[in-house]
Design a protein around this ligand. Sequence first.
Ligand SMILES: N[C@@H](CCC(=O)N[C@@H](CS)C(=O)NCC(=O)O)C(=O)O
Length: 214
Amino acid sequence: MSKFLTLYTWGTPNGYKPSIYLEELKAAYGTDVIDYEAKPINPNGRIPALIDHKRGDFKVFESAAILLYLAQHYDTEHKFSFDPIADPDNYSEALQWIFFAHGGIGPMVGQLGHFSRLPEKMPSPYAIKRYTDESIRLFGVLEIRFQEDGGREYLAGPGKGKYSIADINVFPWIRGAINFMAIDTAPFPGVKSWFDRLQARETVVAGQAVPPRL
Ligand SMILES: N[C@@H](CCC(=O)N[C@@H](CS)C(=O)NCC(=O)O)C(=O)O
């Protein structure tokens, strides 16, 4: 039987976001609810993109919009999301962290990765300094959040927080910054603990194995 969701993705931070969430949903709800195939080519030339065959081949692009779409239609018990009607404040907080990452961390860490990879004959010290400084500043914003209320475990949700799409949305960028861009985590112990907490989830590891890598 063919799958009812097709995810176009590749082994990049934006590409890992939906595959991690799909693995979470599959583990939580079963393959009757979440059954998907991953393909490496997107006709639009950008990844990620999702086609929902159950809903008239509805198409979704932009990684954060894909997470929100999956939450709306498939995370019906809000295991990894917040109900916008019944739980508006936590829903808003999750949105705030999703937008913060989508508009800030993704572009800044992405540019740092780009300029760090340029050939030696094209040195870009200004760009590397600019995007390193900005990435470190944004890590600092996350650190403030994790130090709130005596130490939070997740970005959104009451108390120490609840693991949600707010975390999944930013995790692959932090992974890239730590593993490939030599951003030192020593000044950011809360971010490091959160990163280790997510990386320890089998589903997060499984989601990272879905997209093909460069
Ligand atoms: N804001 C978009 C960014 C999408 C994007 O730029 N994807 C990159 C990989 S992370 C891509 O497809 N690059 C292909 C190319 O530049 O040719 C999102 O979050 O989905």
